[in-house]
Design a protein around this ligand. Structure first.
Ligand code: S3P
Length: 176
């Protein structure tokens, strides 16, 4: 489908890049965390407390299935855990071209310092949690993506430009 999907670890800039891509392409912007919070009527942290992570993951999968029947030309930024279920990874590829926004451990730790909105990082030992989760997840993000964009040291403009280049090449077709 003709959509752009952004995946990657918490704090890698999916939502910010997604908003800017939406303006650059003139496509509508959807953020799965925002959609789920609207559906839940509470924050993701509150939902985790009330219903638990497993229920959150089920709701992510249901949302992804619904998005597959939406009109095309969407920019979709996803929660950091979205591509981890095998079923979701397949649905993401079905939904569009998947870009993994890859940030280094150091950049991720710096970006998430002081964050209070991510239930998986709540409590002590945040840095350790980030290192462990990132180590476990990075290969899965790579496997779930069509393209990897290294984001360290790049401006939003440069990241958007890389996505545009890929999409132009795809539009021109093989051999272009
Ligand atoms: C999660 C990432 C969050 C949100 C939830 C779980 C994860 O989204 O979906 O807290 O498992 O990595 P962001 O990647 O937008 O922070």
């Amino acid at each position: 489908m003709k959509n752009i999907i952004l995946i990657g670890f918490m704090g890698c800039g999916k939502t910010s890049v997604g908003g800017k891509l939406s303006r650059a392409f003139g496509w509508r912007f959807l953020d799965t965390d925002q959609l789920l919070e609207e559906e839940f009527g509470c924050t993701i942290s509150e939902f985790f407390d009330r219903e638990g992570e497993e229920e959150f993951r089920c709701r992510e999968t249901q949302l992804l299935k619904r998005l597959c029947s939406e009109p095309e030309e969407m920019i979709v930024s996803t929660g950091g855990g979205m591509p981890l279920r095998t079923e979701n990874a397949a649905l993401l590829k079905q939904l569009g071209t998947v870009f993994y926004l890859k940030a280094s451990e150091e950049a991720t730790i710096a970006r998430l310092a002081g964050d209070t909105t991510r239930p998986l990082l709540a409590g002590d030992g945040r840095e350790e949690k980030i290192r462990r989760l990132l180590g476990e997840r990075a290969p899965k993000y790579a496997a779930a993506s069509d393209y990897i964009i290294e984001t360290d040291g790049k401006s939003f403009y440069e990241i958007i430009h890389e996505v545009e280049k890929v999409m132009r090449r795809k539009k021109a077709g093989p051999g272009a």
